[in-house]
Design a protein around this ligand. Structure first.
Ligand code: PLP
Length: 408
């Protein structure tokens, strides 16, 4: 290939982007041009099955007609007011999303990281105004292996050296404990603890499912000590695990839901924090906001996402097809796989010691027309759009099995 004087369209595009784009990502060598449902086509003219779905931002697949339709209609009407003025699709969105969460109210932002920051601010403010913590003493408990985004505060409590190192000084007030270890959580609680921030399943850490009963135990601990449970369902929520929220698997209701990714239908960044007035009420005018948060396009897409989840069809697909996918993954070559984790249409396939890196397996998958991404060195993350068909899942897992069998 490298001796070929004429670069392929893919190579040419990659080189052009590399010349002028910061190197904060190391994308797989593919350049996508169009997409529909679970499939995306590259500038190479090849159709790829998308088994990543934008890290769960594309739960409903690429360009779902209901979502594209909602945005197209709104594009011809009104696109931005800022929150200085109310617009006519704002109430629908707030009502729909808070209803989905069973909460009184939402605070709309754009990206996931912004929503996490919002939840942290909300929890601190609640700690001072309601719980009565001394000024600037609030503590929030977080977990090893967490991923909540990329802001200074958030990477400050990341335990991933790539994400964390070299960006300090970091805001204080966070205590990090081992994920899934309820005794460690309990030991970290002080009179100043205002919140516990967790992913009900840790996505970026490699789709780590906590021990059974952990979420319920965190809930009980929060109730006992007057602590807010903040569930970051940005990746795990909105159908991904076979339920609307991953917390539903333990019938746990957090005080605050943090949503993003799929809430924007794969079209726009749309995120929210959802909570009851007893918590949300602590934020008043001027104390938090976002120019684009809750904009009309975001609102129509988010509202449509909620409508699509109302029938339970997507959650059921994720549950049933997820069981099927996990049954196929359980039959992967045993020598190559250390563990398969996950729930619903979400899996982390951890490779056995001595295997090629997950990155190399993902490159082999790409050559076999399957898009997947490593989550940390040793784990391949599979999170296909919930519109994927049975046969497509079978084919993708077959490609994975063949990729694992390939000679080095
Ligand atoms: C992706 C993700 C975020 C950050 O979302 P961005 O939109 O990339 O800022 C936060 N938390 C979790 C669990 C995520 O998966």
């Amino acid at each position: 290939m490298s001796s070929d004087p004429a670069p392929t369209p893919t190579d040419a595009e990659l080189a052009r982007a590399d010349a002028h784009s910061a190197r904060n990502y190391h994308p797989l060598p593919v350049v996508l041009e169009t997409a529909s449902g679970a499939w995306a086509r590259g500038v190479d003219g090849i159709d790829y099955l998308d088994m990543l779905a934008g890290y769960s931002a594309l739960n409903f697949g690429h360009r779902h007609p209901r979502l594209v339709g909602a945005v197209e209609r709104q594009l011809g009407r009104l696109t931005l007011t800022s929150r200085a003025f109310q617009h006519s699709v704002f109430a629908d969105f707030c009502e729909a999303v808070s209803g989905l969460c069973g909460k009184d109210a939402v605070l709309p932002m754009n990206t996931g990281a912004e929503a996490v920051e919002t939840a942290l601010k909300l929890a601190r403010r609640w700690g001072y105004d309601v719980k009565g913590v001394e000024p600037d003493r609030a503590e929030i408990i977080t977990f090893d292996g967490n991923f909540h985004g990329r802001t200074i505060a958030i990477v400050g409590f990341s335990t991933d050296p790539d994400a964390h190192d070299g960006f300090g000084p970091y805001p204080p007030g966070f205590r990090t404990v081992p994920y899934g270890d309820i005794a460690a959580v309990a030991a970290a609680v002080t009179a100043n603890t205002v919140a516990i921030l967790l992913e009900p399943i840790q996505g970026e850490a490699g789709v780590l499912v906590p021990p059974d009963g952990f979420l319920a135990a965190v809930r009980a601990l929060c109730d006992e000590h007057g602590i807010l449970m903040l569930a970051d369902e940005i990746q795990s929520g909105l159908g991904r695990t076979g339920e609307t929220f991953a917390c539903d698997h333990e019938q746990v209701v957090p005080d605050v839901y943090i949503l993003g990714k799929a809430l924007g239908g794969g079209i726009l960044p749309v995120s929210v924090v959802a909570a009851d007035w007893s918590v949300m009420g602590v934020i008043g005018p001027g104390q938090h906001g976002s120019t684009f948060g809750g904009n009309p396009l975001a609102c129509v897409v988010g509202t449509e996402v909620v409508r699509m989840l109302e029938s339970g069809e997507f959650q059921r697909r994720s549950r049933e097809l997820g069981e099927y996918m996990h049954s196929l993954l359980a039959a992967l070559p045993v020598a190559a796989v250390a563990q398969v984790r996950g729930r619903g249409l979400w899996a982390g396939v951890e490779l056995a010691a001595g295997q090629p890196s997950a990155r190399i397996i993902c490159e082999r998958l790409l050559a076999r027309r399957v898009l997947a991404k490593d989550a940390h060195e040793g784990t391949i993350r599979l999170a296909p759009p919930l519109v994927i068909e049975r046969g497509e899942i079978a084919w993708a897992v077959e490609q994975l099995a063949d990729s694992l069998r390939e000679e080095r």
